[in-house]
Design a protein around this ligand. Sequence first.
Ligand code: BG6
Length: 490
Amino acid sequence: MTSVVIPVNPFDLVIFGATGDLAMRKLLPALFRRHAVAQIPEDARIIGLSLSNHNTKKYRQLATDALKKHIPADELDAELLESFMQRVHYIPNDVTDPNGWTELVDMLGEFPDRIRVYYLAVSPSFFGVIAHGLSNAGLSDGKARLVVEKPLGHDLKSAKQLNAEIGSVFEEHCIYRIDHYLGKETVQNLMALRFANALFEPIWNSQSIDHVQITAAESLGVGTRGGYYDNSGAMRDMVQNHLMQLICLLAMEPPHAFNADAVRDEKLKVLRALRPLKGHEALEKTVRGQYLAGSDSPSYVDEAKNPGSTTECYVAIEVEIENWRWAGVPFYLRTGKKLRSQVTEIAVVFKKPPHIVFGNLSTPISNNVLSIRLQPDEGLELELMTKEPGPGGFRLHSTPLDVAFADEHQTGRMPDAYERLLMDVVRGDQTLFMRGDEVEAAWEWIDPIMESWSRSGTRPETYDSNSEGPTASVEMMARSGRRWRKIQNS
Ligand code: BG6
């Protein structure tokens, strides 16, 4: 099956923070790939802005170097690269200087009617300044779209402030809050699986599902990001956004239509139905961890350069959703750095048959599990019990029915999340972006947990590098008679 490319309308995309890591590692490669498949119209422009005193020629050179670093050589045809660079422009700009906007105003003024996208690839402390700068320069009218990315606040209070600041200039339908997990093909496939197949929805509830496990395990440590990461931690870095979004998509009711507000209304209901975890219960139903040094790798506290750090780089949580569909079905989340393998997976574990008719089985019947792999090797697997062939008694074993999306669709390469999301911004489709109230509802649930942690005065558990995480996390599961799935690549 070949992928279908629907060209978007002409646009000017302005990247604030154009020399930073996000722009170089993710945004320019994603735009190049959309250029390569001719999705971007010929006269669309990419305008980089940052404090550095470069000119367009120098910035094109930096952008070319970045593409060579982040895109495999066989995708980098010289002619394509050259034509892509013709779209790229650069303006040195100090966003805090009220007189610093003239050049951008003039450049955008060349095409007054086209779609304008402002991508704030800068620290959130500049979001308000830039939004107001754009407004004062007369650049924030109805065709303008503002794109922001996490951290969207540090807690509920700061998230509200941030929303209010950008909301005082841009209306909600012009604000695109990126969570790159929502742009992952497999995450969108989760919605296809649930709502384009009649098979699963009738059993997608507490009658048939025993529990759900969501794992986002990373094999790398925090490395050179240690300083930044130590002020954030796994809860703010991964749970508040990516993992909460996954819970929403898994647990939400079918929206009446696949459009931005219908989907986001349903996600919000899930966030509001999460059982609050406070005080002692928050400590009982969560585990925090920090990795120890390995034979040739430093410990978390060494990488964070903070020996007394209490920041978690691993977290596991038992989440309950208090509504009719999910009452009594725990959702277990875990995410951490420096674990055994790099794997992101959702596993829906079904209940066992109510009665076993097979008498004395040599191996017990296992639960059916539907696992949705986000990475690596995006795909679906349904574990079913089948009979082992041949005589020698009635022997059962668990057999996977496996669909690898890349093979199935012969795409060769799964598109990066940013490719999809950037084109959705240009198209004006907010379905895969977070609404302000969702972000706030997620913080509302997270804040009391973090308060309980800090009030308890306890430290995160330690765990070995390249392991499955802290033993306390295994014990947390064992208390309900369950076990984590192995952290392993398929
Ligand atoms: C980012 C986090 O949002 O997601 C990183 O800040 C994390 O700490 C990354 O490594 C994981 O994303 P992915 O797409 O590699 O699963």
